[in-house]
Design a protein around this ligand. Structure first.
Ligand SMILES: C[S@@+](CC[C@H](N)C(=O)[O-])C[C@H]1O[C@@H](n2cnc3c(N)ncnc32)[C@H](O)[C@@H]1O
Length: 293
C-alpha cells in the first residue's frame, strides 16, 4: 500500500481539544491514527483514547501507529453513529471527527475511490456494507441517479451523465472506475471540461457520499454525539466539502440556541498557507469546534 495519511490542521485541533493527562478523548474517524497519536502524546502519561473507524485497512494502519501507547487506547470497528452505545456510561472530554477519506483509502486503486488508476467501482469505506458504487450505477433508476449526482456532487450535468450511464449499462454493466470516468467525460460537453479538476470528480464524490451515506451518518452523530461529552468537553469537526460544512454549521447553531453547546468558531478555521503547500489535500479543510455547556 505504501501510502501514509498526513493528518490535517493538527495544531489547530490540539489547541481546541486542550489535551490533558487523565482525560478521555474520542477519535471517531481514526484513519491512520495521526490525530490520535498526537492526542495520546499530549495527554500522557494516562490520558485515554477511544478510536473508531469502520474501515479495515485504516484500522490496521492505526493499530500499528498506536501500538506504543499500549492500553491507553481502545479501538472499535464501527460506524461512528453508534458511538453513544460504544461509550456506554462513559463520557469524553473531547471528540474529533475528521471526515472523508484517508490517503490509505484513496490511494489503493482496488477500492475504487479514485479515477486516477483502474479499479472496480466499489467505494465502500466499510467493506461489510452490501451496496457498492457499481450496484448504484447499474441499478438505480435514471431519476435517482440524476438526483444523487446533483444532490451529493452538486453536478450541473447530472441529467446528461445519468442518461449516458443508463445508455451504457444497457449494452454492458459498468464495472470499473475508468469506464465510468470515460462515460462522464463524454457526457459533459468538451467546452465545459475544466483543466484544473477532472470532469469526473463530482460524479465520484456523489457516488462515494451516497454509498457510505455520509451526510446521513454525520447528521445523526452531530445530533446525538454532544451528549457523550462532559460539561466543558469539546467537539471538533473537520469537513472537506460545503455539504458537510453546512450541516456542521447549522447543527452547532441549533444546539447553541437550545443551550446545549457554545460555538467556539464563528467562522471555520482553515489550514495555513504553509500547510496547504505541504499537504494539498488539506486545501478544502474547514474546522469547526463547539463546547458542551
Ligand atoms: C480523513 S480520514 C481520518 C484520518 C485521521 N484523522 C488520521 O490522522 O489519520 C477519515 C476516516 O474516517 C472514517 N470514517 C468515515 N465515516 C465513518 C463512519 N461513519 N464511521 C466510522 N468511520 C468513518 C474513514 O473510514 C476514514 O478512515
Amino acid at each position: 500500500m505504501g501510502s501514509r495519511h498526513i493528518p490535517v490542521m493538527v495544531e489547530e485541533v490540539m489547541a481546541f481539544l486542550r489535551c490533558e493527562p487523565g482525560h478521555t478523548y474520542v477519535d471517531a474517524t481514526l484513519g491512520g491514527g495521526g490525530h490520535a497519536s498526537e492526542i495520546l502524546k499530549r495527554s500522557a502519561p494516562d490520558g485515554m483514547l477511544i478510536g473508531v473507524d469502520w474501515d479495515e485497512d485504516s484500522l490496521s494502519e492505526a493499530k500499528k501507529a498506536l501500538l506504543p501507547f499500549g492500553d491507553r487506547v481502545k479501538i472499535f470497528r464501527e460506524n461512528f453513529v453508534y458511538l453513544p452505545d460504544l461509550m456506554k456510561a462513559e463520557s469524553a472530554d473531547g471528540i474529533l471527527f475528521d471526515l472523508g477519506l484517508s490517503s490509505i483509502q484513496l490511494e489503493k486503486e482496488a477500492r475504487g475511490f479514485s479515477f486516477k488508476g483502474e479499479g472496480l467501482l466499489d467505494m465502500r469505506m466499510d467493506q461489510r456494507m452490501e451496496e457498492t458504487a457499481a450496484d448504484l450505477v447499474n441499478h438505480l433508476s435514471p431519476e435517482k441517479l440524476e438526483h444523487a449526482l446533483s444532490r451529493y456532487g452538486q453536478e450541473r450535468w447530472a441529467k446528461r451523465i445519468a442518461r449516458a450511464i443508463v445508455q451504457e449499462r444497457e449494452r454492458e454493466p459498468i464495472a470499473t472506475t475508468q469506464t465510468l470516468r470515460k462515460i462522464v467525460h463524454r457526457a459533459i460537453p468538451g467546452r465545459f471540461h475544466s483543466r484544473r479538476i477532472d470532469p469526473a470528480t463530482r460524479t465520484f464524490q456523489a457516488l462515494r457520499i451516497r454509498v457510505n451515506d455520509e451526510l446521513g451518518n454525520l447528521e445523526s452523530i452531530l445530533n446525538a454525539g454532544w451528549k457523550i461529552l462532559k460539561k466543558g468537553g469539546r467537539m471538533c469537526v473537520i469537513s472537506f466539502h460545503s455539504l458537510e460544512d453546512r450541516l456542521v454549521k447549522e447543527t452547532f447553531r441549533r444546539l447553541e440556541k437550545q443551550g446545549e453547546m457554545l460555538i467556539l468558531t464563528r467562522r471555520p478555521a482553515t489550514p495555513s498557507v504553509d500547510e496547504q503547500k505541504r499537504n494539498p489535500r488539506s486545501r478544502s479543510a474547514k474546522l469547526r469546534c463547539a463546547e458542551r455547556i
